[in-house]
Design a protein around this ligand. Structure first.
Ligand SMILES: NC(=O)C1=CN([C@@H]2O[C@H](COP(=O)(O)OP(=O)(O)OC[C@H]3O[C@@H](n4cnc5c(N)ncnc54)[C@H](OP(=O)(O)O)[C@@H]3O)[C@@H](O)[C@H]2O)C=CC1
Ligand SMILES: CC(C)(CO)C(=O)C(=O)O
Length: 341
């Protein structure tokens, strides 16, 4: 099979960037998005802002899959939050044949197994860029790095090669990886910090310029790595620079450069966006929650990730948005948890 059309299911921040750039590169694309985003795109086009360019795209967008006629060259790029994966997979399975390839452009490690119960060809995709959808019809790509794609549960094939090539031509450098789930475990360790930045109201560049935030990020990731080691899970090193501690050090060395990031270039993690936009839920159960559950199973204490989960849950419950737990408050909560356990 050759992919002839990309259907982006759940075109929010990530899906709009990927779908928009693929469309701009001449690929056939349809975004499946919420009605407000679809009508803004129909009225004014999709405004895509990257660190170097701003352009508007008349990319096709629909709010229901029932408006699409399935075709043998279709591939689905799934970019809903992990909390929405089961519902998305059920809707997709009712409309598309079971051999339709589904690429999971999502964080966490729980999406692919769910999608694989309905679809035979499932592909984990590592997304290492930051995007924000501040309002319907407008998406901002703030920090760009690279993507990686493989088959689920393992391997690569002709479609991973095509997707890597298509995304790379579109301006999103993408490599194939034979153990993409191990790559996703590695990404999950970094994503444990999403909760920290959300509850302290911080963006990536500022966090990497702040020694106290760096120390906390390291403690969060170390706890996660201890749990994975006990569980026998080896997160993959995709870049050759994926020693997480070394990365933190490297970022620390760029402190001055990062401490002066203009507002439009600030990278806020997806969970910060969830709290900021007062969304009803976050992915915390699929990120820090994985570590807490595995820690429980393998007898590794996880007071830091537990405290982060509780802080995110409390922020959602009170609907007070980001920044409800400045670092000192969070540290006090962690200490309380350590004493209690
Ligand atoms: N943003 C980022 O920088 C990055 C995010 N990621 C990961 O990528 C994934 C997507 O994140 P992100 O793009 O930020 O999330 P968003 O919430 O911005 O995008 C998901 C979109 O899908 C929509 N949606 C859900 N169900 C449907 C449906 N049935 N039909 C149409 N639209 C639907 C949601 O609408 P609604 O909100 O109304 O439910 C939302 O607009 C997550 O797993 C995230 O962790 C990975 C790397 C970077
Ligand atoms: C890549 C990164 C860390 C970008 O913020 C992300 O995965 C997220 O926001 O969820």
């Amino acid at each position: 099979m050759t992919i002839e059309r990309y259907i982006v299911y759940g075109a929010g921040a990530v899906g709009s960037v990927v779908g928009g750039l693929l469309y701009r590169a001449g690929r056939k694309v349809c975004l499946m998005a919420r009605p407000s985003h679809v009508s803004a795109i129909a009225d004014r086009g999709l405004r895509l802002e990257t660190p170097t360019e701003v352009f508007t795209l008349d990319v096709p967008a629909e709010s229901s899959v029932t408006r699409l006629k399935p075709s043998p060259g279709d591939a689905i790029l799934l970019s809903v939050k992990a909390t929405q994966t089961a519902a998305a997979a059920a809707e997709l399975a009712a409309h598309f044949p079971a051999d339709t390839p589904v690429f999971c452009l999502q964080n966490g490690v729980a999406n692919e197994p769910v999608v694989a119960t309905s679809f035979a060809n499932v592909y984990p995709v590592l997304v290492l860029f930051n995007a924000v959808l501040p309002e319907p019809g407008r998406v901002i790509l703030t920090i760009t790095d690279f993507l990686a794609v493989g088959r689920f549960p393992a391997g690569t094939d002709a479609l991973t090669a095509q997707v890597a090539a298509d995304l790379t031509v579109a301006g999103l450098p993408t490599r194939e990886h034979p153990d993409a789930m191990a790559v996703k475990w590695g990404k999950l360790i970094g994503n444990l910090n999403n909760a920290l930045l959300a509850v302290t109201d911080c963006y990536w560049q500022k966090a990497f310029a702040d020694p106290a935030m760096l120390a906390m990020m390291r403690a969060i990731m170390d706890e996660g790595l201890r749990v994975l080691a006990a569980a026998g899970i080896s997160p993959a090193d995709v870049t050759g620079r994926f020693d997480i501690r070394a990365q933190v050090e490297a970022f620390a060395a760029r402190r001055l450069e990062f401490s002066d990031t203009p507002p439009e270039q600030r990278g806020y993690p997806s969970m910060w966006q969830d709290l900021h936009f007062r969304r009803p839920e976050t992915e915390v159960d699929y990120l820090n929650g994985e570590i807490v559950r595995l820690g429980q199973q393998y007898g590794v204490p996880t007071p830091i990730n537990r405290a982060l989960m509780a802080a995110v849950a409390e922020s959602i419950q009170t609907r007070q948005g980001v920044g409800q737990f400045p670092l000192e408050r969070l540290q006090a909560r962690i200490a309380q948890g350590e004493t209690a356990s």
